[in-house]
Design a protein around this ligand. Structure first.
Ligand SMILES: [Mg+2]
Length: 264
């Protein structure tokens, strides 16, 4: 792979920079090194926190970045609704971080006359919320999902992801959602707008083949897989399409990029 034209790195958070509340060893130093050579952006499908909360979390782990460098599925959903629905009335199944992100984009959170039903991960999801979502969708509200990740890997084991909640609403309503997070075409377009370079000048770095790597490949971007999260070496062996770079951890990425650049 020729890395000489690379201008920006878009780095996944969970499983790539940290796992749960723990920094992946050496990730902070690697980010400092990469920052000297590239524009850096951070990307997550986790919609339970606002971008401001993610900034705070990253700074606690010794990583400083600006809000414009953070791309979350909740922010993507807020942008999507803001740009398309002038009334911007949203029924939300999600956590406080998602509500905060929507309010930042001047959207109205409501329990009646909604234009959209937005669904993200909600640990207080209930039959009553499912019922509300179904009613609004049947009345014509647009069904939007922050992401459809089936599960999350946490420090205390595997837990159901937003996709499991989205599937309940899909089953009840018979409608498929518009998805704003990885690997959707909307997220790809948002990344290109925010990063503002050509697709082949972007390297997507992540631990998930189905979201990070798939989105990068489908978008004509370069891709790097880290083995500190969802994917294992065995997973890559069975794939028809492969990431251009595979490293054990983000800590090894600066060296891997340097050696590729030298070899070309
Ligand atoms: Mg990840």
């Amino acid at each position: 792979m020729d890395t000489s034209g690379l201008k920006a790195l878009v780095i996944d958070l969970d499983g790539t920079v940290y796992r749960g509340t723990t920094l992946i060893p050496g990730a902070d130093e690697a980010i400092s090194t990469l920052f000297e050579a590239y524009d850096l952006y951070f990307l997550t499908n986790n919609s339970t926190r606002s971008r401001k909360e993610f900034l705070h979390r990253l700074s606690e782990l010794g990583i400083s970045c600006a809000e414009q460098q953070l791309i979350t599925s909740g922010y993507a959903a807020a942008k999507y609704i803001h740009d398309r629905y002038p009334e911007r009335r949203v029924y939300v199944i999600g956590e406080q971080g998602l509500v905060d992100e929507l309010r930042e984009q001047h959207l109205t959170i409501c329990e009646e006359d909604c234009d959209c039903v937005l669904v993200g991960l909600d640990k207080a999801f209930s039959y009553s919320k499912l019922h509300n979502a179904l009613q609004f969708i049947l009345q014509g509200a647009v069904f939007i999902a922050t992401n459809t990740d089936p599960f999350l890997v946490t420090s205390t084991g595997i837990k159901p992801g937003a996709g499991a909640i989205v599937a309940a609403i899909e089953t009840a309503s018979g409608k498929h959602p518009i998805v704003t997070g990885k690997p959707s075409s909307f997220m790809r377009a948002l990344i290109l707008t925010m990063v503002n370079v050509q697709p082949h000048e972007i390297l997507i770095v992540g631990d998930n083949l189905a979201t990070d790597i798939r989105m990068g490949i489908e978008g004509g971007m370069k891709t790097a897989l880290v083995l500190t999260g969802a994917a294992t070496e065995r997973d890559i062996a069975s794939l028809a399409i492969r990431p251009e770079i595979v490293v054990d951890s983000l800590a090894e990425l600066p060296q891997a990029l340097r050696s590729l650049h030298t070899v070309k």
